[in-house]
Design a binder for this molecule. Structure first.
Ligand code: NAD
Length: 294
C-alpha cells in the first residue's frame, strides 16, 4: 500500500484515481470541481484542501491535468506540489502536455531533489475505467522503476521511453501518425465511393495489403467493417476531434522548436482545425470523413 496524492479528477483522472483506491492504495485527492472530488470520496479516497495539501505527506503524487500551463502551475506555484511535498516523494504527471513544459517541471523538481516522470497515456476513458491504459514514460531509470507498480494499478502496458520529456515525445509522435493515417484512410474510402468500389471490398483488400493501418483495421471510419468503430454509432467519441487537434498542435509546436520537417503533420493539423471550426470538435476524429466528402 502506497499513499498517493492525486490531482485532476476529470474524465480520465477520476477513473484512474478510483482504480488506485480499488488496488488498496491510500489516495488523497484534489480537483477544482467539487463534483469530481465528491465521486472519489464516495469511492473511498480522502479530501485534500489544495494541490499542495494533496502532495503533503504522501509517497507519490499523480497529476492528470488539461495542459502544460496547469501542470507548471500545480507543481511550481507558491504552495504547490514542489513546495509542499516531503523529501523523497515521487512525481508522476500523466497529462498530455508540451515537451518543453514536461522538461521544465521535471528540472524544477530535480533541482529540489525530487524524482519525476512524465507518463502520458494512450487509451481513452474506457481504458481509464478498465485500468488498461498504455503509459509512455520519460524520466531516469530509478524513477521509472518506482513509478512502474503505481502505473500498473491503472494500465496494462508501461513502457520506458527514455529521459525526461520522452514520454510526451512518444505520445505526440504516435498521435501524429494516427492523425495522418486516419485522414489517409478516410480519403481512400471517399475516392473508393466515387469509383464505385464497395466499402467492405476496400476493407477486405487493404487490410491484407500494403495500405493496412490501425485506422483501417481497428477504427475503420465507415460503418460496417469494424463493428466497434465510432462510425457505427454516428461518430460518437471515442476520441474527440478536439483532442486530436490538441495533440497535432503539440506535435507542430515541438517540430518547430526542434527544426523537424513534418509537412503531413501540419496538413493534418490544418484539416482538424477546419473540422473543429465547423463545430465538429466533439465528434469522433474519424468523423472527418464527412468533411472530406464535401
Ligand atoms: P478533463 O478536462 O476531463 O479533466 C481535467 C481535470 O483537471 C478537471 O477535472 C479540472 O477541474 C482539473 N483541473 C484543472 N486545473 C486544475 C488545478 N489547478 N488543480 C486541480 N485540478 C485542476 O480532461 P481529461 O479528459 O481527464 O484529460 C486529462 C489529460 O489527459 C489531458 O491532458 C488530455 O489530453 C489527456 N488525455 C485524455 C484522453 C481522453 O480520452 N479524455 C485520452 C488520453 C489522454
Amino acid at each position: 500500500m502506497t499513499t498517493i496524492g492525486f490531482i485532476g479528477l476529470g474524465n480520465m483522472g477520476g477513473p484512474m484515481a478510483r482504480n488506485l483506491v480499488a488496488k488498496g492504495h491510500e489516495v488523497k485527492v484534489f480537483d477544482l470541481v467539487e463534483a469530481n472530488v465528491a465521486l472519489l470520496i464516495a469511492a473511498g479516497a480522502t479530501r485534500a484542501a489544495s494541490a499542495g495539501d494533496a502532495a503533503r505527506d504522501v509517497d507519490v503524487v499523480v497529476t492528470m491535468l488539461p495542459a502544460g500551463k496547469h501542470v507548471r502551475a500545480v507543481y511550481g506555484d507558491a504552495g504547490g506540489v514542489i513546495e509542499s511535498a516531503r523529501a523523497g516523494t515521487l512525481f508522476i504527471d500523466s497529462s498530455t502536455i508540451d515537451v518543453d513544459s514536461a522538461r521544465a517541471v521535471a528540472e524544477a523538481a530535480e533541482a529540489r531533489g525530487f524524482a519525476m516522470v512524465d507518463a502520458p497515456v494512450s487509451g481513452g476513458v474506457a481504458a481509464a475505467e478498465a485500468g488498461t491504459l498504455t503509459f509512455m514514460v520519460g524520466g531516469p531509470d530509478a524513477a521509472f522503476t518506482r513509478a512502474q507498480p503505481i502505473l500498473e494499478g491503472m494500465g496494462k502496458a508501461i513502457i520506458h521511453a527514455g529521459g525526461a520529456g520522452t514520454g510526451q515525445a512518444a505520445k505526440i509522435c504516435n498521435n501524429m501518425i494516427l492523425g495522418i493515417t486516419m485522414i489517409a484512410t478516410c480519403e481512400a474510402f471517399v475516392l473508393a465511393e466515387k469509383l464505385g468500389l464497395d466499402h467492405q471490398k476496400l476493407f477486405d483488400i487493404s487490410s491484407k495489403a500494403s495500405g493496412q493501418t490501425w485506422s483501417l483495421t481497428s477504427y475503420c471510419p465507415v460503418p460496417g467493417p469494424v463493428p466497434t468503430s465510432p462510425a457505427n454509432r454516428d461518430y460518437k467519441p471515442g476520441f474527440a476531434a478536439a483532442m486530436m487537434l490538441k495533440d497535432l498542435k503539440l506535435a507542430q509546436e515541438a517540430a518547430q522548436a526542434a527544426g523537424a520537417n513534418t509537412p503531413l503533420g501540419l496538413d493534418a493539423m490544418k484539416l482538424y482545425e477546419a473540422f473543429a471550426a465547423d463545430g465538429q470538435g466533439g465528434v469522433d476524429f474519424s468523423g472527418i470523413i464527412n468533411m472530406l466528402r464535401g
